[in-house]
Structures are given as structure tokens and as C-alpha cells.
Write a protein of this length. Sequence first.
Length: 274
Amino acid sequence: MPWDLVTLNSGYVMPSIAYDTAQGYGNEGEVGIALHESGLSRGDVFITTKYSGFDGLDIPTAIRNSINNIDTPYVDLYLIHNPRLAVPDIPTAWAEMEKVVEDGLARSIGVSNFGVQDLEILLASAKIKPAANQILLHPYVYQQQAPIVKYAAEHAIVIEAYSALQPLTKEPSGPLDAPLKEIATRLGATTDQVLLAWTKAKGAVIVTTSSKKTRLEGYQDAGDIELSKEDIAVIDAAGALGEKRITVRIGLRKFGVGVLVGVVRYYAPGSVAR
């Protein structure tokens, strides 16, 4: 199946695979250059950027800087990069985001890294519902992210998945390696294409990037891969196993740091041995 268009609750549509930009990434200018050099009309491109609180700027100032950097009259989707950037509080910040839409500077607005409680606070006073919530999503975090994925679906908020390929790039040699390789071999695909197909099967829009043209072309081809229910179940199971192992590893690291701190305190000058 190809990468289809996804309809947002704002009525606009967006592609189901995207390449990311944000105020905090410092790449908005490059996006603007690429847009103009491509020869594409503005309506042929869906542009997302994020409010990152860069240089302490507020939302009204930041969005105007962003559209100037990109050299576009508006962005298609504008996100709050993290709930901690919603100052002085989420309802106030969201009201400023709604003003961005009213002023015609963004067609749709959304959030990133918001949990269930954050969205509950936002929706309690929102006039405009978030169109999307961009979150970390891959098989090794799927169980812990399941509540926000479910909540978003119940409220017609599209989930965008970033770092979908992290099991291959940051957590290699884990439980996912074998099933991904088996499925990729059987389907004549690559393991990263299979992982992107899994993410698509979970109903998420994929946000990814690469500096290599061939890799980007491979990502595009992944839209034609359709996994079976059995394939998805195998990946889910391996992901859950990997998630448990990672959780244990992180816990052990924290325990080790705690023990080290305790030892340092115990033997610190002036400390009393017990």
C-alpha cells in the first residue's frame, strides 16, 4: 500500500510519511531553500514546524520567525514541541496557538510529546482540538505509549511517530533483529522498511529523516509493504520483550548510580561511618 494522505480533524490532509523541521533544529531556512529550488507550488508541500521556546521567544513571535525563515505565508501544521514549553500553563499556551490559526499563520495546530494528562488539561479549555501529537513510537516503547495512542484515537488526534527506526539505530542486536530480518527476507525488503511498515500498520504518521538519497527513496518504497497480522504480532511480541529488557537495564543503571552516590557520601570527609 502506498503512503496515503491522512485527514486531520481540522479538515486538512497530510502525507502519512514526513521529514521533520522545528525552530529548535535550526533547519527552517534550509527547508525554505529546498522548497523554492524544488519548483513545487506551495500547495503541493505540507510543512510542519514546532514551537521550541528557542531564545526564550513566545509563541506569537516564534511562529512569525518560522514563516520568515521558511519564506512561506503559512505552515500547514504548527506544534508545541514539549509540554514543558507550554508556559505559563497549557491552557494559556494553547490559546496562543489558536490565535496562530486565527491569524492565518498555520492551518492546523498540534502538540509533541504530550501525555494523556497533558491532553486532558488542554482539551478542557480548547476551542480548537489538536490535529496531531508527535511522540516517540517504535516496538520497544509501544506498551508504554499505548495509553496515549489509544487516547489520541478516541479524540480524533493523529499520532505522528518519531524515531521509528531507533530499534535498529540505537538498540541493535535486540529481540527485534531476528523477526525483522526474517520478514524482510521473505518480503524482499529491508529491515528499516519493515519497521516503517509496522509503524504505518499501527495507524501512525511517520516522521523520519536521512541525509542519504537512497535511504530516503527506500523509505518511500516502504509504503508499498503490507504486513500480515502474524507479522505484526511477531514484531509486537519481540518489541514487548525488548521493552522489558531495556526497562531492567535502565533500572540497573539508576541503581548503580544510587549505590555510587551512597558510597561517595559514606566515605566523604566529615561523614560518620555507620
